[in-house]
Design a protein around this ligand. Sequence first.
Ligand SMILES: *Cc1c(COP(=O)(O)O)cnc(C)c1O
Length: 430
Amino acid sequence: YYSTRGNGKSYSFGEAVTKGLVPDGGLFMPEAFPVNNLTFDELTALTMHERITHLLYPFVKTDFTLDGFSTIVRKVFNFPCITQILSENLSVLELFHGPTLAFKDFGARFLANVLAALPRQGQKQCVILVATSGDTGSAVANAFSETEGIKTVILYPKGKVSRIQELQLTTFDKNITAFEVQGTFDDCQTLVKQAFLDAEINERYFLSSANSINIARLLPQAMYYVESALLRKGHAKDTVFVTPSGNLGNLTAGLFARNILHAQWQFTAALNNNWMFEEFLQTGVLSPRKSVETYSNAMDVGNPSNLERIKNMYGNAETVRQIVSAYHCSDEETLASIQEMYRKYSYLADPHTAVGYNGACKSMLVHKAKHHTVLSTAHPVKFDTVIEKALGFSPEIPDRLKGILMKNKHSIEILPDYQIFKENLVSVIA
Ligand SMILES: *Cc1c(COP(=O)(O)O)cnc(C)c1O
């Protein structure tokens, strides 16, 4: 792995995962995308676990044996991704069949299992520290709840995550501590950043982050693009993948998959009213702005961190534009898209997926002959108040979630103040 800031150094997979961010401030990128040497038919003949092990092993081989890695793959990918075909030129790739009902389970589970299997960093207690606006925290809490020897601390803004998300953050007893911050997501993020800069904390603990700049979150996400493309066999080259985007991690993973398979797919980034990436494609410049709140709040990002990787892969906006387009929509259009998908296809989509559908409809005007595959990033039940607003009813709670509704919430409520956070942090992980 090398740094997007070009410091000339080379890092192993293990280093890239444990550091998260390159010390020079850059992001880790694979030095090569080992092009898969099997044909589509040969890949299809493998089981999903064999295929993923075959395609990802070259990225981790400095740190794992093939057997050891294959065990991790079987543990991580223990739920399906399901393609729903809505019409001849439109399908939905459902990525929410994991334990916390959002696609972030793929990345969080891979990261947790890989970190647990890598050698410990000295004698210090390893602590994962994450600020979340909802989905990241629930996926990370779930993924690390069974990981021995690693403690996880999650900060979320009080009253700003959905009921299901809050239960998913606060109902684990061991290994996970949730701080309920009386403030915004940005306040949570600031507390996390202060902790990472605190010499005393770093002296005592080995801090690690689980956010989407970590390369271990992206690699597993590349695999569901492959799974979906294999289903379409010979037609896969006519595919446009539509990725509802915020930090652009999911889109970057798709671009990785395109390189791994040497495929000709096109991509569309579907955005809400935070559409700085679309502006970047038009003008070649990204002007970071404070994010605005929308119904698809997991994509409320003002300065998408993975753009640095995309620029590194393609050089400039003009080259990116040959492969990737972007469309954005308002909250009203998001509601209208939820309604239209329900009316036309009897499909119940969460607001992020609906933004994807909206982007697909706009992209179809340009790529008329191509098949559009919309990535469905969350289960509608996670955003039930928006569904209620659009359709007048709430989605049914899946059976496997019912257990969580009976559990008791455990959180530590704090003011957004670093000293208060630090005292509590030290006492819970001590
Ligand atoms: C995180 C998230 C996104 C955005 O993904 P990025 O990788 O940050 O672009 C989209 N939808 C849902 C439901 C999410 O949780």
